[in-house]
Design a protein around this ligand. Structure first.
Ligand code: GLA
Length: 388
């Protein structure tokens, strides 16, 4: 990867000067979906696939970007005097958004850059390629300008800030946190109410994490993501009239059942129900994993999918087909959609000896029903970002 990138950098920008290389992973969430903007728990992990960035400081304020993943787009040029929050049309919105955020937060970006990107996260798979680009940009800027006071958690928060304020997606903190704080062979049990977290080893004896990409394209900005978030806020505002809470993540399911009657819209009530139950499920799932009870963990993954399908309504026929076909296969411990939904990926835990049959059977059934193929990836849990 490094050699190919080096050649490409030399070709596009020249090979002289202080050229540095960085990496940030993608992420997959094992359980705890659409809880991170409701002050609930999530349980994601970083992957070994991700985004590589090669960068060199310039003497002027120009920005030049080239992505090996979008060669047809070619070189994109901009400058540090051309920030347009909410108005960028191409992928450079992600690195530029983070540069803009550094400026906003009092960490000036005083020089332009030549930047080459190359990622091996499948496009549109919902494995957080955008948060990966944001994080790798943050790591690059911190290193280039010596902003050592910034922790990886700060970089995660800056990535989220940039996504919210530069790119117009009201995402929570899960993706950027999972990426910036990733740890090999561990998932991160994060309480999004206060950002306290714990690493939990994921020791899968005789089983693999298999991702299935629906290949249904999804644009978070124009999807229903922001709508779901505001539906939860509306439910919360009504619940707050009868209970002193800051967010839905503070409610137990028993609390919720007692007071749910004050929610005026049945749709808002279902959204809130998902947020509350999913949060509890996540806490329980991590307990199961700690006790090495993978079967119970898998059962909770399945329940998570059902709730996302029926109450939160973010699955759609592509993700439902992948999961429902997975549930029929021998050796499947658990299967659910992962990430925002409306497309993207499912995550399944599958006994090693049954992985090949799983891929074949689910793949065949998917293509037959949906009309195009899904892609399957057996993934490993990796570390957070690095310069190398
Ligand atoms: C997207 C967002 C996250 C989170 C998930 C759903 O990935 O970026 O913040 O809300 O959806 O769990």
């Amino acid at each position: 990867m490094r050699e190919t990138m080096k050649r490409c950098f030399a070709e596009k920008f020249g090979s002289e000067g202080d050229i540095r290389t960085y990496f940030a992973p993608g992420r997959v969430n094992l359980v705890g979906e659409h809880t991170d903007y409701n002050g609930g728990h999530v349980f994601p992990c970083a992957l070994t696939i991700g985004t590589y960035m090669m960068a060199r400081k310039r003497e002027d304020r120009q920005l030049r970007f080239y992505s090996m993943n979008f060669e047809q787009v070619g070189m994109l040029e901009s400058s540090l005097d051309e920030f347009v929050p909410g108005g960028e049309k191409s992928w450079i919105a992600y690195p530029k958004g983070v540069m803009w955020t550094f400026e906003q937060k009092g960490y000036p970006v005083t020089n332009g850059f030549d930047i080459l990107l190359c990622g091996n996260i499948p496009n549109g798979s919902g494995l957080s390629s955008s948060a990966s680009v944001e994080t790798v940009t943050g790591v690059m800027l911190r290193d280039m300008f010596g902003y050592d006071a910034l922790s990886n958690i700060d970089l995660a928060l800056y990535g989220q800030y940039s996504e919210n304020n530069y790119n117009g997606v009201n995402c929570g903190i899960m993706d950027q946190f999972a990426i910036a704080m990733g740890k090999k062979d561990h998932a991160i049990f994060l309480d999004t109410a206060d950002l306290s977290y714990m690493y939990a080893p994921v020791k899968l004896e005789n089983a693999k994490i298999v991702l299935a990409s629906s290949n249904k394209k999804r644009g978070l900005g124009d999807s229903k993501y922001n709508e779901r978030r505001s539906e939860c806020e509306s439910a919360l505002a009504e619940l707050q009239k009868v209970k002193d809470i800051k967010n839905l993540g503070e409610l137990t399911s028993a609390d919720f059942e007692e007071i749910k009657g004050v929610i005026s819209s049945p749709i808002w009530a279902r959204r809130a129900k998902h947020a509350v139950y999913e949060n509890e499920r996540t806490v329980r799932a991590v307990e199961c994993l700690k006790k090495n009870n993978i079967a119970a963990f898998g059962q909770l993954m399945n329940e998570s999918h059902i709730s996302l399908r029926d109450d939160y309504e973010v699955t759609g026929k592509e993700l439902d087909t992948l999961v429902e076909e997975a549930w029929k296969c021998e050796g499947v411990i658990g299967s659910r959609m992962t990430g925002a939904g409306f497309g993207g990926c499912t995550v399944s835990i599958v006994e090693t000896e049954h992985v090949d049959a799983f891929v074949e059977k689910v793949g065949e059934a998917y293509e037959k029903k949906i009309g195009y193929a899904a892609d399957f990836y057996i993934v490993d849990i990796g570390d957070g970002p690095v310069r190398f």
